[in-house]
Design a protein around this ligand. Structure first.
Ligand SMILES: [Zn+2]
Length: 558
């Protein structure tokens, strides 16, 4: 390339001398969907010290020496995806637990054996999900089988039913459960012919062992989160809005101090810590580009499954039930006003149409007060918005309240929506398209570990309104609410960034933005929509560094 036709932003002395910066790369030969409305497509992106200098054509690669160029092989590149609603501590700790929901006893024992080989002797091995009825003989498992694979680690595995647990001899010994241990009033110790415990404890008897489990420390959570981040990187996630509690906030800070935080984290504060947060001046946005405070998390109702979501009219299958509010409107207004006075936005869980209306009513009052006081509008949001009355939909945009929703819930809940909310209300549920068309900001997440953390299945659900197995058929469920691929991806990029108050430097691949991006092995804009959930992440860059590459990928190494 001639020096005279260097790309915009590529200084002449660089082209000439190619001076090398420590953290400088050009990713080229890519199909980049920048998510920038002004400049939506590019084929190369130039990154230095964690920031994007420029997105443009492949001539950008001339700005850096050969060893600083990465060929994307014609693959699709997107901004790193943000999961705008999840429970990262809960998710990460779950990764350490054995999934005991296995087809045979031997499968479970193999998993326990694997963990016993990686954990120091004496460390607890925990897990959940076993169901002996699925294991051929139907016999309850025994401590001896666990002893055979983990003699030196206490093992505690809870049953899928939630009504029993299974421990090994080491755990029973620590809990001092033996032949002479009486049954507690609310449970039973299962015993063999000679009266010795078999290892299975029923109902409240499980507490005999559970009460010996070591408390989970901040360091435990931080360690688990490192594995959680690695898992998330492999699925294309570079940012999270974490709804877990204050222990998670401490763990994120520990990771930040130790230099292990490779995730953009927008953290909420639980309502019962609001006074402390306000007392020490923690306001929305406090923190840095890696970890910042989002707002206060408030619950207003329950959920659809247990039929505790608060409804304008009764459940279809239970005409005496309208669910219930978890907070009265006056208390909600008081809490949100107090938070707003401390410059904290409210992240309000609302699932039923009545809960959503109550939140919007309170938010309307807050917006009026903001206007009267000419204070900066806070980035208030409703979490879930699963059922919102048609007349309330435009209020989201009018009041600039972010709709933080989870597309995968729409397809996993479709049957209970039909059953519990019925045919008149089902068309209003998960109303992605109508909400988007009013101009409101949609932010998308997974609510993991309730659902998979993988974002591309969420894009698939929003675009097709079908499950991965294709149900309920070609049309999809409530197909009028299908989004385009672009609309769905905005929920995980620019929409999530706006929901976190960081749209000025995250959510798109544009000059000056932070360098979080992903390379995909297929382009979601161009594949059959039913294939979107099978798209694999080829490489992930967080903060200007490669943090993940696909086992078959090469050249994106950390
Ligand atoms: Zn949640």
């Amino acid at each position: 390339m001639a020096k005279t036709d260097r790309p915009r932003g590529c200084p002449a002395q660089l082209v000439k001398g190619l001076s090398v910066h420590d953290e400088e790369w050009v990713l080229h030969n890519a199909v980049i969907h920048t998510q920038s409305p002004a400049n939506p497509r590019a084929t190369a992106v130039w990154i230095r010290n964690g920031r994007i200098l420029e997105t443009a054509g492949d001539e950008l690669k001339e700005c850096v020496p050969h060893e600083r160029r990465t060929d994307a092989g014609g693959r699709c590149v997107l901004p790193g995806l943000t999961d705008a609603h999840l429970h990262f501590e809960w998710f990460s700790l779950g990764l350490q637990r054995i999934d005991a929901d296995q087809p045979t006893l031997q499968h479970v024992l193999d998993l326990v054996s694997q963990q016993a080989r990686t954990l120091a002797a004496g460390s607890w091995i925990r897990g959940h999900g076993w169901n002996h009825n699925a294991w051929g003989s139907g016999d309850l498992p025994t401590r001896q089988s666990l002893d055979s694979v983990a003699p030196d680690h206490p093992v505690f595995l809870t049953a899928k039913s939630g009504h029993a647990s299974w421990s090994n001899s080491c755990a029973l010994k620590l809990a001092r459960v033996g032949g002479s241990t009486p049954d507690p009033s609310d449970g039973a110790v299962v015993r063999d012919g000679s009266g010795h415990p078999t290892g299975v404890l029923l109902e409240g008897a499980s507490d005999l062992v559970a009460s010996c489990l070591p408390p989970i420390t901040v360091s435990d959570v931080a360690t688990a989160m490192r594995a959680g981040m690695a898992k998330a990187h492999g699925l294309g996630i570079t940012g999270v809005h974490d709804m877990d509690g204050v222990r998670a906030l401490r763990a994120w800070q520990q990771l930040r101090r130790q230099g292990h935080l490779q995730m953009r984290v927008c953290k909420t504060i639980p309502l019962d810590h609001l006074d402390e947060a306000i007392g020490c001046g923690m306001s929305s946005g406090f923190g840095d580009d890696h970890l910042w405070i989002g707002g206060v998390k408030i619950f207003t109702d329950g959920a659809l499954g247990p039929q505790t979501a608060w409804m304008l009219s009764p459940y279809e299958n239970d005409t005496a039930n309208i669910g219930m509010p978890l907070i009265e409107p006056e208390a909600l207004e008081e809490a949100m006003t107090k938070a707003a006075t401390g410059h904290l936005a409210s992240f309000v869980h609302a699932i039923g149409d009545r809960a959503n209306r109550m939140v919007l009513d309170v938010m309307a009052a807050l917006r009026q007060r903001e206007a009267a006081e000419s204070s900066r509008p806070l980035r208030h949001r409703i979490e879930h918005v699963q059922l919102i009355d048609g007349q309330d939909i435009p209020r989201l945009a009018d009041l600039d309240v972010i709709a933080s929703m989870q597309p995968i819930h729409a397809t996993s809940d479709k049957d209970i929506v039909d059953r519990f909310w019925g045919p008149a209300r089902a068309p209003q549920a998960y109303a992605f398209r109508r909400i988007a068309e009013t101009g409101a900001t949609l932010a998308f997440g997974s609510d993991t570990p309730v659902e998979t953390i993988a974002p591309l299945p969420g894009v698939h659900a929003a675009v097709t309104r079908r499950r991965a197995d294709g149900s309920p058929g070609e049309e999809g469920w409530q197909p009028q609410e299908k989004l385009s691929v672009g609309q769905a991806l905005r929920g995980y990029t620019t929409g999530a960034a706006r929901a976190g108050g960081v749209e000025a430097h995250l959510g798109q691949l544009s000059s000056g933005y932070l360098a979080d991006l992903i390379v995909l092995n297929q382009d979601p804009y161009h594949v059959d929509p039913m294939e979107i959930d099978g798209i694999e992440v080829w490489a992930t860059m967080a903060d200007g560094r490669w943090v993940y590459q696909h086992p078959q990928a090469d050249g994106f190494g950390p």
